[in-house]
Design a protein around this ligand. Structure first.
Ligand code: ATP
Ligand code: LTN
Length: 341
């Protein structure tokens, strides 16, 4: 049987420490997690094992992992309410991932959009891990009997695949082998777009750093990036993703920060110019990030405290994960070291 969480929903998500986190990660993921942690049993990871599917410099990986962890906490994720941990510190992720490798099909993995995109960029030596990446993600999700997985639009396909594999294994080994999860996509800022190429999502690993707002950018850097944000050759401020992706992106960012509706925001900009919209958006972002940046720096100065938080959180996560691994091992016919059958 799946572990008992009482009546609480289990929510799990993670971010890769591939670089410093961006405004996209914050508005599209972390800010929503903070709201969820009071009502659900939450697991929020830094997925370092996913990060190495693309070559990483070891010291940069370490630094990005600390930065992500500190950002989670600084943004308001409370280790007393949610479990915050580093994926590689819970070995059950790799264990379950192998099992799922034996139940997933090459055909379904080949259809993953992220794999197609990232393998195209990897040249002729495509790491196998890039291909099996969604199975490590499926393991992350299934280990904790997660019901809901908050992700951006781009990750929805991976959660759908997780559902398919969970259902496949449930039909082989019993309906209570895995909880079948659902993706949970926040409506506002589901996709924060690149400031230079507003038809592409803002990303940590974008080639042009001017398109991404990093969570440790200085106020001046933030202001400059917004001032240079790509708009269009018209002058009217209205929301139209197809015709005006740059302007729409700035409006969405404002909506995600203030909670205002797009209609209200648009009404406020009647007769105003793009310059106003850009500067207002920059000011809002600077104001929103300021306390977060201060707290992140404090935490990064105190790795002892971060380690204490991690240790406690990872132990709790590991206990749950181990239960799941044992259940799956037992059902597929592995002999458990505890108690012969
Ligand atoms: P990379 O550039 O390394 O591919 P990324 O910046 O796209 O990374 P991920 O680590 O893939 O970020 O994503 C972490 C979480 O943040 C996911 O839930 C993802 O959907 C969300 N996220 C990432 N970028 C954005 C964005 N631009 N808008 C909204 N959500 C985003
Ligand atoms: N693949 C995701 C990160 C990720 C994740 C997860 C998200 C890894 N494991 C489990 C939700 C649940 C990404 O690139 N955004």
């Amino acid at each position: 049987m799946a572990a008992d969480h009482g009546s609480k929903q289990v929510i799990l998500s993670g971010i890769q420490p591939t670089n410093r986190l961006t405004l996209g990660n914050y508005l599209g993921a972390i800010k929503n997690w903070v709201k969820l942690q009071s009502d659900a049993a939450c697991y929020f990871m830094v997925v370092d094992q996913h990060a190495i599917t693309v070559r990483q410099d070891p010291s940069e990986l370490r630094e990005a992992t600390w930065f992500a962890l500190a950002s989670y906490i600084a943004a308001g994720i409370d280790a007393e309410k949610a479990s915050i941990f580093i994926q590689s510190q819970v070995p059950q992720h790799a264990q379950l991932s192998w099992i799922l490798n034996c139940y997933a099909y090459v055909g379904e993995l080949s259809r993953m959009t992220q794999y197609k995109d990232k393998s195209a960029k990897a040249g002729s030596n495509i790491p196998v891990g890039l291909f099996t990446y969604p199975l490590l993600m499926a393991a992350d999700i299934l280990l904790y009997d997660s019901h809901l997985v908050p992700v951006g639009e781009d990750q929805k396909q991976h959660v759908e695949l997780t559902r398919d594999i969970a259902e496949r294994m449930n039909s082989l080994y019993g309906a209570d082998t895995f909880v079948v999860p659902k993706p949970f996509i926040a409506k506002i800022a589901a996709r924060v777009m690149d400031l230079q190429t507003p038809t592409a999502k803002m990303s940590k690993s974008a080639v042009n750093e001017n398109g991404s707002i990093f969570l440790n950018d200085t106020p001046k850097q933030i202001e400059n990036k917004f001032k240079r944000a790509m708009t269009d050759s018209e002058t009217e401020i209205r929301f139209d993703i197809e015709q005006k992706p740059g302007v729409s992106n700035l409006l969405s960012i404002q909506a995600a920060i203030t909670g205002d509706s797009i209609e209200n925001l648009v009404a406020r900009y009647v007769g105003k110019q793009y310059g106003h919209l850009k500067l207002d958006t920059a000011a809002l972002v600077i104001q929103e990030l300021e306390p977060l940046q201060k707290r992140t720096q404090e935490l990064l100065q105190d790795k002892g405290e971060l380690n204490r938080i991690l240790k406690k959180s990872a132990e709790a996560a590991q206990a749950h994960a181990e239960k799941t691994v044992q259940r799956v091992y037992e059902r597929i016919g592995f002999i458990l070291p505890t108690g012969a059958r």
